[in-house]
Design a protein around this ligand. Structure first.
Ligand code: TXA
Ligand code: MG
Length: 321
């Protein structure tokens, strides 16, 4: 299946393609998604094919209002309603009990469906024109770094879909935070673009699940994920310096570059020490170093609060073998 891939803001074309059961890449505030009609099994199957994604990894559905969601979930726990009211549209995904209107392919047979209202004007406009939700994983080949620009999607998926809706650079730059509920107790299954602190301000203390590589509750928890092709080392700078010459090393740093490494190969994500700014630049930096001449990518540990927790989570997994 090879076709010409257009990058544009043609929202009517996107609407038509989606209604015909085709896939369209869409911008969100977190990362770009590869979208299809969540209620159409044939359309959803195309997502798995294009991404080369295993069927055991379920998809998030996206809509533009809580009202529209009612058809797809049986129950909204109290803390879920509070979080939705406070943070939607935004980088928060809730795991909620699904109705039969959501095919098992979307949830990999699980009883809960992941749902979110994304915060992006173009995609909200698109969703308002559709009478079905959009299933959309990040628009990258399975296991690779998520795209935060239309060009990232094009580089990897061109020829496999007709349209990439161009909404500019993603403002958050990290995937959504995933929250589920056990007896109304909120549990974070994936750290992401909404901080733990922000969630706790609304619902009190939450449990953060440590990720596991075997039989994950949420395959976004797979250890080796979000990874570049080049070897990546997290935190242990001495190990990298011992094994490679300075010109072979690329770095991802928070506020300051590393001494004795060529500056051209270093990405300082936020000289002013702003974690949101660092998060927004992270995946572009990883992709750029992966495409460049260095042999190894070193990433330092970020502060362990706010979005720093999600940044460290992604860097740890990107460097897992
Ligand atoms: O920010 C985001 O969440 C982006 C944008 C496009 O919305 N989407 C995204 O999707 O990151 P994806 O598929 O790359 O990651 C979603 C994660 C997966 O690891 C999946 O396993 C988990 O959410 N997930 C989806 N449905 C689930 C379910 N029913 N139960 C548990 N985990 C689920
Ligand atoms: Mg993904």
């Amino acid at each position: 299946m090879h076709q010409q891939t257009h990058i544009s803001t043609a929202i009517t074309a996107a609407t038509d393609l989606l209604k015909q059961g085709e896939c369209v890449a869409i911008p969100t505030e977190t990362v770009y998604g590869l979208a299809a009609n969540a209620t159409d099994v044939g359309a959803v199957a195309k997502i798995f094919e294009i991404k080369n994604r295993p069927f055991f990894d379920p998809l998030i559905i996206h809509t533009d209002s809580i009202e529209k969601l009612k058809k797809y979930i049986t129950h909204l726990p109290e803390p879920a309603a509070l979080l939705a009211g406070r943070f939607w549209p935004g980088p928060l995904t809730l795991l909620l009990p699904k109705t039969d209107a959501i095919p098992d392919l979307v949830t990999s047979g699980l009883a809960r469906v992941a749902v979110r209202i994304p915060h992006h004007p173009l995609t909200l406009q698109l969703l308002s024109r559709l009478d079905f939700p959009l299933a959309a994983p990040s628009a990258n080949p399975f296991g690779y770094i998520s795209p935060t620009k239309a060009s990232h999607v094009y580089e990897q998926l061109q020829g496999k879909l007709a349209l990439i809706l161009d909404g500019g650079d993603c403002e958050v730059g990290l995937e959504s935070t995933i929250v589920g509920f056990e007896n109304e107790q909120p549990i974070i299954y994936r750290l992401g673009g909404l901080s733990v602190e922000a969630i706790e301000e609304v619902v009190g203390k939450v449990i953060v699940m440590p990720h596991s590589s075997s039989s994950p509750q949420s395959p976004g928890m797979l250890q080796s994920h979000y990874a570049p092709r080049k070897p990546m080392v997290f935190d242990d700078f001495e190990q990298v310096v011992a094994a490679y010459s300075p010109s072979e090393i690329g770095t991802i740093c928070f506020e300051n570059a590393k001494a004795n490494i060529p500056l051209a190969n270093q990405w300082v994500l936020s000289p002013n020490g702003n974690l949101a700014e660092a998060a927004a630049a992270l995946f572009s930096a990883m992709r750029s170093l992966d495409a460049g001449t260095v042999k190894v990518i070193f990433a330092e540990q970020f502060p362990a609060y706010g979005l720093g927790l999600a940044i460290n989570d992604r860097l740890r997994r990107a460097s897992a073998l």
